[in-house]
Design a binder for this molecule. Structure first.
Ligand code: FAD
Length: 528
C-alpha cells in the first residue's frame, strides 16, 4: 500500500489511498440522470458511503451511486456504459466488506446492491420468505434435491432465516453472515464446513447474471457453463450475480460446539487433518465444522466463549508457551441423533492429543452457532471498534509447508513483533471439495490450509500491520512456500498472472467474452 495520507470530506480519518472528491461526472455519464429518475445518487452521503469499505484503508470516489429498485436498472446501467464510445466502470457493492477497495469504482458508478434488498423487504410482508425453496426428484440418485433461489443482494443471515423457517438450510457458510450472496460467491465463501461440503461456490446449482455487455443470462453446469464457472470465484469480473440457486439439506436443530487446546503445533495440525479426513457428505460420523486459531500472550485474556472460571488456567498455559493452538469443532444434531451425538463425538475424539484437561463443550441452537460472530460485532460496535482499519491478510498454504510457516511466521514474525491482537485463524481443507473449472484459485495439494490474520487497528497504526503482512509474504517468497492469497489483492498484471497460474489464460479469455470493455469490478485492479 502506498500513496499519500489525506483527510477527506467531513471525515478526519486518514486513508492510505484517496482520490478526489467529488469526482466530476464524466461526459459519458452525463446522460445517466435522464435514464434514472430516482435511482442515481450524486449526493455526498451516497458517494462517501461507496468510497470506503470494511478495511477503512482505501478511499476511492465514484462519480455516482446507483440505488437500483429493479434488475432492469442494473441492465440499463451496464448497457449504457457498454454502448458508450467511452465506457465507464461499474462496481457491484454488496456489504462493502472487502478490505482493499475491491467493491469501489474510481470515477465510475457503484451499484448499491443493498438497495435491491431494501426494496424487496419493503415490498414483502414480514412473514414472506424472499428465498424461494423447492424440492425436485433427482432420477439418477432416486432422491429429492432441495434448493433455494436467493437474490445476489441477499445476506447469508437472510438465507439462514428464510430456509430454517421451512426446515432446510444451506450446508456451506462463512463465519460471519452479514455478507452478501453475490459478494461471497465472487470469492469462494469458506468456513469450518468447507472441508466436508466444499466452499459456498461448490454448492450452487444455477445463477442469473448480468454480464459486462448488459445481457441477462441464466447459467449452470449444463447451460452457459462457461459463464457459470467464470463467475464463481470470479472476483466480480464477468457479471453481476442477481440470483443463486443454493443446495439445501434438512436443517439440524442443535450443535455440540467443542474447543480443545494444544501447546504443540504438529499435534494440533495432525489432529485437524485426522478429523477432516472423514469428509463424506453423507458420512454419519463426520464432523460438520473444523476450524482452529492461535492464542497468544499479546491478545490478553481468553475470549468470553470460555467459562470465566477457566480464564486464569488458560492464561497461564498461554504464558508458559507464548502461543497455543485452539482446535474448534462442531457436530450438528436433531431429535433423531440427540441420544447418540455425545457418543459419536467421544469416538471421534479418541486418540486426539490436546493438552489434558483443556477441552470445553457447549450445546447451542443451530442458528446461534452459525450466527456466532454477530455477538462480537455488536460488542465492537458498541465500543466504537467496528469501523476501524482492518489490514487483513488471508492466505492458502500448502500442507507440506505448515511447519515452516509456524516457525518462520507465527514464532519469528508474529510473536516477535508482538503487535497482533486480532484473531488468527488456521485450519485445513480438502482440495477435492473444490471444482477446478471455477475461477477461484487454490493450491494443488490434496490438503491445504487457510490462515487469516484478522487485525483491527487504530487509524494511525495500521501501517505497522501492513508492514507485518508484507513481512509474512516476503518470508513465504524467500522460503519457497507457494501460497495463494484468498480475497486477493495485487497491483500488477504479473502478480495476477501468478495468482491465477494455469487458469490465467482462461480467466483473460472469459473476460474478453463476458466483459470485453472491462467495465466490471475495477476495484480488483486486474484489468483496470
Ligand atoms: P463486497 O465487498 O461488497 O464485494 C466484493 C467483490 O464482489 C467486489 O469486487 C464486488 O464488486 C463484487 N460483488 C459484490 N456483489 C456482487 C454481485 N452480486 N455479483 C458480482 N460481483 C459482486 N469470507 C469468507 O470466505 N469466509 C469468512 O468466514 C469470512 N468472514 C468475514 C468476516 C467479516 C467480519 C468480514 C468483514 C469479511 C469476511 N469474509 C469472509 C470476507 C467476505 O467474504 C468478502 O469480503 C466478501 O467479498 C464480502 O461480501 P460483500 O457482500 O461485502 O462484498
Amino acid at each position: 500500500i502506498s500513496g499519500l495520507l489525506s483527510t477527506v470530506g467531513e471525515s478526519s480519518k486518514p486513508y492510505a489511498n484517496s482520490t478526489e472528491f467529488p469526482a466530476p461526472l464524466p461526459n459519458d455519464l452525463s446522460s445517466l440522470p435522464n435514464l434514472f429518475a430516482n435511482e442515481l445518487r450524486l449526493d455526498p452521503d451516497s458517494i462517501n458511503l461507496a468510497s470506503t469499505d470494511y478495511g477503512n484503508i482505501f478511499r476511492v470516489f465514484p462519480a455516482a451511486v446507483l440505488h437500483p429498485t429493479s434488475l432492469n436498472n442494473v441492465v440499463s446501467l451496464i448497457q449504457s456504459s457498454y454502448n458508450s464510445s467511452t465506457p465507464f466502470t461499474i462496481a457491484a457493492r454488496g456489504q462493502g466488506h472487502s478490505v482493499q477497495g475491491q467493491a469501489m469504482s474510481q470515477g465510475g458508478v457503484v451499484v448499491n446492491m443493498m438497495s435491491l434488498r431494501e426494496h424487496a423487504i419493503n415490498n414483502s410482508n414480514n412473514d414472506q420468505s424472499r428465498a424461494f425453496i423447492a424440492s425436485v426428484f433427482h432420477r439418477p440418485s432416486g432422491k429429492y434435491l432441495h434448493y433455494a433461489d436467493v437474490g445476489g443482494e441477499m445476506l447469508w443471515i437472510d438465507v439462514l432465516q428464510d430456509t430454517t423457517k421451512q426446515g432446510f438450510s444451506p450446508v456451506s457458510w462463512t463465519d460471519y453472515l452479514y455478507l452478501s450472496v453475490g459478494g461471497t460467491l465472487s470469492n469462494a465463501g469458506i468456513s469450518g464446513q468447507t472441508f466436508r461440503f466444499g466452499p459456498q461456490i461448490s454448492n450452487v446449482h444455477e445463477l442469473d447474471v448480468i454480464t459486462g455487455t448488459g445481457e441477462f443470462l441464466t447459467c449452470s453446469r449444463s447451460k452457459n457453463s462457461e459463464l457459470f464457472y467464470a463467475v464463481l470465484g470470479g472476483l466480480g469480473q464477468f457479471g453481476i450475480i442477481t440470483r443463486a440457486r443454493i443446495a439445501l439439506e434438512p436443517a439440524p436443530k442443535r450443535v455440540k460446539w467443542v474447543r480443545m487446546l494444544y501447546n504443540d503445533f504438529s499435534v494440533f495440525t495432525r489432529d485437524q487433518e485426522r478429523l477432516i479426513s472423514i469428509h463424506g457428505r453423507k458420512q454419519r460420523n463426520a464432523l460438520d465444522y473444523v476450524e482452529g486459531f492461535l492464542m497468544m500472550n499479546q491478545q490478553g485474556s481468553p475470549d468470553s466463549w470460555f467459562p470465566s472460571s477457566e480464564h486464569a488456567r488458560i492464561t497461564s498455559l498461554v504464558t508458559k508457551y507464548g502461543v497455543i493452538y485452539c482446535l474448534e469443532v462442531a457436530k450438528y444434531y436433531d431429535d433423531l441423533s440427540r441420544d447418540s451425538v455425545d457418543m459419536d463425538l467421544e469416538n471421534l475424539f479418541r486418540g486426539l492429543g490436546h493438552t489434558p484437561g483443556f477441552r470445553y463443550k457447549k450445546d447451542v441452537s443451530y442458528v446461534e452457532f452459525l450466527n456466532r460472530v454477530r455477538v462480537g460485532e455488536l460488542q465492537l460496535r458498541s465500543q466504537g471498534l467496528w469501523d476501524v482499519p482492518h489490514p487483513w491478510l488471508n492466505l492458502f498454504l500448502p500442507k507440506s509447508h505448515i511447519s515452516d510457516f509456524n516457525e518462520g511466521v507465527f514464532r519469528n514474525i508474529i510473536l516477535k513483533n508482538n503487535i497482533t491482537t486480532g484473531l488468527v485463524l488456521f485450519y485445513p481443507m480438502n482440495r477435492n471439495k473444490w471444482d477446478d473449472r471455477m475461477s477461484a484459485s487454490i493450491l494443488d495439494e490434496e490438503v491445504f490450509y487457510t490462515v487469516a490474520f484478522l487485525q483491527s487497528t487504530g487509524f494511525d497504526d495500521w501501517q505497522h500491520f501492513d508492514q507485518q503482512n508484507n513481512q509474512v509474504l516476503q518470508y513465504c517468497k524467500d522460503a519457497g512456500i507457494r501460497i495463494k492469497q484468498y480475497l486477493p489483492h495485487y497491483r500488477s498484471k504479473e502478480d495476477w498472472a501468478g495468482h491465477f497460474g494455469s487458469k490465467w489464460r482462461t480467466f483473460r479469455e472469459r473476460k474478453t467474452q463476458f466483459d470485453p470493455k472491462m467495465i466490471l469490478s475495477p476495484g480488483q485492479m486486474i484489468f483496470n
